[in-house]
Design a protein around this ligand. Structure first.
Ligand SMILES: Nc1ncnc2c1ncn2[C@@H]1O[C@H](COP(=O)(O)OP(=O)(O)OP(=O)(O)O)[C@@H](O)[C@H]1O
Ligand SMILES: [Mg+2]
Length: 252
């Protein structure tokens, strides 16, 4: 199987070399667990290191803030955009009603998933995209009235992505209490995301623990892949997300 190197330091060796090409991986976790950094790191290295252009669909965070924050990791997103290897598709207007100044933007209050699909396909063929990140599914569902509608949207989106051949990271959310409550474990907000995804990665924030491990990553599933089943310590360094073995983590 063709593998897509993730650009996440330490991840590829846990999943037989990378994500299965053309598949969809769900990255889920509570707020501030590093989901957006994960997604952008996947796209940044896709474009900068592996010559695989990518599209970042942002619904929550304004593109300009994102570009600024990512400079902290040494990732010059604007430069990649200028080279035609990276597109930030701004959907923040659909939430705030504010008109975007971005080159790639959609700002309809009632977000039309067919229009979004069309825009993504056009943009993908324009830059020869191989990767896409949607940040995030719950934010996309913000204006929808029922969970049924949101589920239909997610299914449609997943179908479009599968047909397009793009390797995708979909970002979702897990309610915080499900992580430690001992109750039924939920991997996504609407309960369908994990089924349309070929892989599920869960990020946790533990708070300041003894041994210095505050964050973890866990591969819940990766179809067609023999993957690690460990809870992996995750660090956000000056170069982005870095995974370590538990032994390494104790030495830090
Ligand atoms: N330059 C940095 N160095 C170290 N840690 C950072 C840096 N920038 C951000 N972080 C950490 O990463 C967190 C934000 O990560 P990110 O935006 O990816 O989270 P998220 O899971 O997408 O959150 P949300 O649910 O709010 O969208 C911050 O709260 C902070 O703890
Ligand atoms: Mg985020």
């Amino acid at each position: 199987m063709d593998r897509v190197p993730t650009g996440i330091d330490g991840l590829d060796e846990l999943i037989e070399g990378g994500f299965p090409r053309g598949r969809t991986v769900l990255v889920s976790g509570g707020c501030g667990t590093g989901k957006s950094i994960f997604g952008i790191q996947f796209l940044y290295h896709g474009a900068a290191t592996y010559n695989e252009p990518g599209i970042y669909v942002t619904v929550d965070e304004r593109p300009e803030t994102m570009r600024q924050d990512m400079l902290r990791f040494g990732w010059d997103i604007r430069a990649l955009e200028d080279q035609g290897k990276f597109v930030v598709l701004d959907l923040t207007g659909s939430k705030t009603g504010i008109t975007s100044e971005e080159k790639y933007a959609m700002s309809s209050e009632h977000l039309d998933i067919d229009l979004l699909t069309l825009k993504v396909m056009q943009t993908a063929s324009e830059i020869g995209a191989r990767r896409i990140v949607i940040d995030s599914l719950p934010a996309l569902g913000f204006h929808m009235k029922t969970e049924e509608e949101i589920r239909a949207m997610i299914l449609k989106l997943a179908y479009m992505i599968r047909r397009s051949g793009l390797t995708a990271v979909l970002i979702s959310e897990v309610p915080e209490q499900n992580i430690s409550s001992g109750g039924p474990i939920q991997f996504s907000k609407y309960g369908v995301e994990e089924y349309v995804a070929d892989g599920v990665i869960i990020l946790h924030y533990l708070g300041n623990r003894v041994g210095g491990v505050n964050r973890t990553l866990y591969i819940r599933k990766m179809r067609g892949t023999k993957h690690s089943e460990d809870i992996i310590p995750l660090f956000i360094t000056e170069r982005g997300i870095k995974l370590t073995t538990p032994e390494e983590a104790l030495r830090i």
